[in-house]
Design a protein around this ligand. Structure first.
Ligand code: 6PG
Length: 247
């Protein structure tokens, strides 16, 4: 595992309340999408599961909001930071949530959606997803935008505190256990998450304040919380947090 250098102090933007998180994140998505397409002709974004990101997806899909019709969907490629080992129509599927909140409502070519096959055996799904990432990016996945949430325990994607997946030295995607009683997970590893150009964390609620303070403390290595260890090797991190979660 490459040393986790504190390449840049993370940027923290505090918004008043949970409702303000979605437009702040949608503004960031729009800025990154337009810049990426102007620079490279495409926008590669990785989605997170969870309730906080879902509000962002719904806003991006809302025809009354200033996003859907301003975004380059035909040049956008959607990936996932993690998935539960369930079929796409299962209520716990991250892909299913994103499809219902966003992907089915915008002019995104179906072949531009690169989901993790949660219906397959987790190890096989992880291997297949890693192959797909390497084929698309020619190596580690350099997402123009990587959306992540954080649990109250400091987990992000499906990298939970103490998980052996955190110390994975070479794979980009692994099968990982999740706290009972949930299904197993398939998750991008720190190596993959840290290849992103821009990471945006979405954190809301007082319950996450202790973990957020720890994640922002600068601690690194095995003693740090998973979310605090996502430090892009050549990119930046923005923490979008509401006042209740802010340190
Ligand atoms: C998932 C996400 C997970 C999520 C956190 C926070 O698959 O659910 O990868 O890491 O971001 O659990 O979720 P909330 O935003 O719902 O609190």
């Amino acid at each position: 595992m490459a040393a986790e250098r504190d390449t840049a102090k993370p940027e923290v933007r505090v918004v008043e309340d949970p409702a303000a998180l979605a437009p702040a994140a949608a503004d960031e998505w729009r800025a990154r999408a337009l810049a990426a397409v102007a620079a490279s002709g495409r926008f590669a974004v990785a989605l997170s599961g969870g309730s906080t990101p879902r509000a962002v997806y719904a806003l991006l899909a809302d025809p009354a909001a200033p996003y859907r019709d301003a975004l380059p969907w035909a040049r956008t490629h959607v990936f996932f930071g993690d998935e539960r080992a369930v079929p796409p129509d299962h209520p716990q599927s991250n892909y299913g949530m994103a499809r219902d909140a966003l992907l089915a409502s915008v002019a995104l070519p179906p072949e531009n959606v690169h989901r993790i096959r949660g219906e397959d055996e987790p190890e096989a799904a992880a291997r297949a997803y890693e192959d797909a990432l390497r084929a698309f990016f020619g190596g580690a996945p350099r997402f123009d935008l990587l959306l992540l949430g954080m649990g109250a325990d400091g987990h992000t994607a499906s990298l939970f505190p103490g998980s052996p997946a955190l110390e994975e030295p070479s794979h980009l995607v692994v099968a990982a256990p999740a706290p009972a009683p949930g299904p197993p997970r398939i998750t991008l590893t720190l190596r993959a998450l840290q290849a992103a150009a821009r990471v945006v964390f979405l954190v809301s609620g007082a319950a996450k304040a202790p973990a957020l303070a720890r994640a922002l403390s600068g601690a690194s290595g095995a003693g740090a919380l998973p979310a605090g260890r996502v430090r892009p090797t050549d990119g930046s991190v923005l923490w979008l947090v509401d006042r209740a979660a802010a340190p």
